[in-house]
Design a binder for this molecule. Sequence first.
Ligand SMILES: Cc1ncc(COP(=O)(O)O)c(C=O)c1O
Length: 493
Amino acid sequence: MDNERMNDEQHTNIGATLTFDLSRPGRVGCSLPECDVPEAEIPPAELLRDDLRLPELSQPDVVRYFLALSRLNYSVDTGFYPLGSCTMKHNPKVHEDLARRPGFADIHPLQPPETVQGALAVMHNLQRCLAEITGMDAATLAPAAGAQGELTGILIIKAYLADAGQSHRRKILVPDSAHGTNPATAAMAGFEVVTVASDKDGDTDMQALQVALDDDVAAMMLTLPNTLGIFDRDILTIAEMLHAKGALLYGDGANLNAIVGRARFGDLGFDVVHLNLHKTFSTPHGGGGPGAGPVCVKAPLATYLPTPVIEQTDGGYRTLRPPHSIGKLQAFHGNFGVLLRAYAYLRSLGADGFREVSANAVLNANYVRERLRGAYQLPYGRCAMHEVIASASKQRAKGVRAWDVAKRLIDYGFHPPTVYFPLIVEEAMLIEPTETESKEALDAFCEALLAIAREVEETPEVVKSAPHDTPVGRLDEATAARRPVLRWQPRND
Ligand SMILES: Cc1ncc(COP(=O)(O)O)c(C=O)c1O
C-alpha cells in the first residue's frame, strides 16, 4: 500500500512537472563518438538560436517522464468511459493490425484505380452495408465527422429542394433535446432554426410540431433515439406529417447502436441519415483524431451525394461524381483508415452480432438506470435505450451539483459522464455505458455513484471540493479561459 501511494505521488508530481523542470545543465540522452569526418555547419550558424533553452535530460529521465505522463491519461483502454452522446467505446485491436497492412497503409489516393481495387472494394462494400443497415438506397463515406455528415445531409436537402423549385423553404425544425451540432449545421447551411419542444415523456411534443410545421419548412432534423436516450414513439406520424407538407425528415443516426439490426431509418420514413462510425462501428475517437460520418439517402437524393462515391462496374471499382453532386467535402475519399476499421467490425460481427450490440447497449443502460433509482432523480419514467439520463437535482438541496458529482467520480477512478446535456434536463448526467462493458464494470461504476450520493448526505464538502487525487484540483475555469498560461516559465522556488 505504501509503495502504491509512493508511486502515485511520484506519478502525480511528474504529471504536474515539465521536462524543463527536470532539466540539469549538461545532462544528455545519448553521447556521440568523436567526429572523424570534416565538420559541416548544418544549419548555417545564423539560423541557430543560442537562447533556445531546451531541457537537458538523460534517457531514463525522458522515458520515465513520458511513461508517467501517459499513465495520467484516461482512455477506453484504461477504464470505464460512460460519456453520454459522445460515446467512447472499445476499439478492437485486430482492426489496428488490419489498418497497418501494407496493401491498405501504403497506398495513395492519387494512384490509378486499377492499382487500388482492394481499397475501393472495401469502400464500395461499406457503402452498401451502411445503406442496407439504415434502409436507404445510397451512401457517401466522405464526411470526416458526424457534424460534417450533418452538413452534407442538409446541403443535399437544400440542393434537392432548389431543383424542385422549393427554395422558399428556409426553416429547419430541431427538437430542443438535439445535439448542438444539429442547429449549428442548419444555421451554417443558411437555414432558420426553429426549435420544437419535447413533451414530458421526452418525445417530440406533437402540438408544438403541428404549430411549427408550415409551408416554409425544408426539413426536420430528428435524432433517434434522441439524446435523452428515448425512442420517439411518434416517429411514423412525424414522418407522415413532414412529407404531407412537402418537407423532408433528416435523421441524426449517431445513436444507431441502440437500434442497429432491429429498426431502419429508411423504413421509419427518414429521407437522409448520418452515422457516427465511432459510436456504432467501434472506430477510435477522441483527441481530435480523424473521424467518419457517412451519410445514407433515399433514391431521389442519391444524385446529390458529394464526390466521390465508389461504383462497381464490369471492369472493377471506380470513383464517380454523381450528376447533381453538392461537390467535394475534403481531399480525396474520406478517412480511409477509419472506414477500414468500421468495415472490419461489420464483417466480424455480421447481422447477428449487430443485433447483440443493440441488445447489450440497451440492457446495460437500463441496468445502470435501475441501480441508480432512488439515489438520483430519473427524469423520464420509461425505459432507456442506449444511454440513460439521470439528474443530480436531488443533490442540490445539499449544495451539490452535477459537476461536483462528476468531479468526485474522478477520485473513484472513473471518467465522468456527460453533464449539463441535454440542456432541457436540470443537473443532467447523461450516462452511456456502451454495449461492450461487463456487469462487473457497470456494478463498480454504479457503486461509486451510490457512494457519492451517500457522501452528499453525510459529508457534502468532500464532493464539493473534489477531485482530491489528481495532479491539479479544481481549476478556476474563468481564469483558465481568460488568462491561460500557455508557455513554460522558470519556477521561482
Ligand atoms: C447525437 C449526436 N449528433 C451529432 C454528433 C456529432 O458528431 P461528431 O462529434 O463526430 O462531429 C454527436 C457526437 O457524438 C452526437 O452524439
